[in-house]
Design a protein. Structure first.
Length: 288
């Protein structure tokens, strides 16, 4: 991303908002946007700037207007514009922070399951459509992912698109909000469910992944019999770059989840999904 000195970024946001702002701190946990927390006389705001030519702001504008039913779980748009040709968006700041490092992953999973069910009740009509079908670039899991794909349901809901613990805001054990809506799409619910399950596994708890699923199903009022197939599709998507997420986990307080730890936990998860082989010849997914 083009380098913008922090004072210049804050000044640009102040011009777009139309009032003075002061820097509070840089926010970490993601790599797509540069994110800072700023303050004015009355409130805290989140400023995110994206790479030149990125359409994330345009996409998020269409999503934010749909999030009213989520109440305080979702941020509200304040302003948007650009700084030196880089797209910038300013939203309200949700009170809290990333899930505490001492917070039980099972608790995280239970709360995220409840919240995701509420997200999936929102209207997806008019949003870009993304089926998340596996591609031939899925590497060693390509064959397993394509076979899994034949058994998934593709009914559409409003999906967050990157529903992991680093895109949630917490106050103690209370999930206070969901952030970073630029990837929201009209897509199958299995996209978000499997992505979150994978994140909970990478946090170190397959039990949390299963408890998340039960919480989601209870609050959504439906079961996902194809969840294991979606898990395979999600794993194929992550396999080639899961190590690069170490910076993201460090950003939410988990420096011990290194690239090596991520790969180890991920490979163990894959073995539960497709067996000991990952060339697609032995597959153990499907109905649960």
């Amino acid at each position: 991303m083009d380098h913008i000195p922090l004072p210049g970024l804050v000044d640009a946001a102040a011009r777009i908002v139309g009032r003075p702002l002061v820097l509070d701190r840089v926010l970490t946990g993601g790599q797509h946007a540069r994110t800072v927390l700023v303050r004015d006389a009355d409130a805290s705001l989140v400023v995110r700037v994206f790479p030149r030519g990125d359409d994330a702001v345009v996409r998020e504008l269409d999503v934010l207007r749909r999030l009213g039913p989520l109440g305080d779980l979702a941020p509200r748009l304040v302003a948007h514009g650009d700084v030196d040709g880089l797209p910038l968006i300013v939203t309200t700041a949700l009170p809290g922070g990333p899930p505490g490092t001492d917070l039980d992953p099972v608790t995280i999973g239970l709360r995220m399951g409840t919240a995701l069910a509420a997200v999936h009740r929102l209207d997806p009509s008019g949003l870009p459509d993304d089926v998340r079908a596996p591609t031939l670039r899925a590497g060693r899991l390509a064959a397993a992912a394509h076979r899994a794909w034949s058994g998934v349901r593709t009914d559409r809901v409003l999906t967050h698109g990157d529903f992991w613990s680093g895109n949630t805001v917490w106050s103690g054990e209370h999930l206070a909000g969901i952030v970073d809506w630029s990837g929201a799409r009209s897509a199958p619910r299995g996209v978000d469910v499997a992505w979150c399950r994978q994140d909970l596994v990478l946090l170190g708890s397959t039990d949390a992944a299963d408890r998340f699923l039960r919480s989601y199903e209870q609050h959504a009022g439906r079961t996902l019999p194809d969840v294991r197939a979606w898990d395979v599709v999600a794993a194929a998507r992550a396999d080639t770059y899961v190590e690069t997420w170490a910076e993201n986990y460090a950003g939410i307080g988990h420096p011990g989840i290194t690239a090596q730890v991520l790969r180890q936990r991920f490979d163990e998860w894959v073995r539960t999904l497709v067996g000991s082989r990952t060339d697609g010849t032995t597959v153990a997914f499907g109905q649960r």
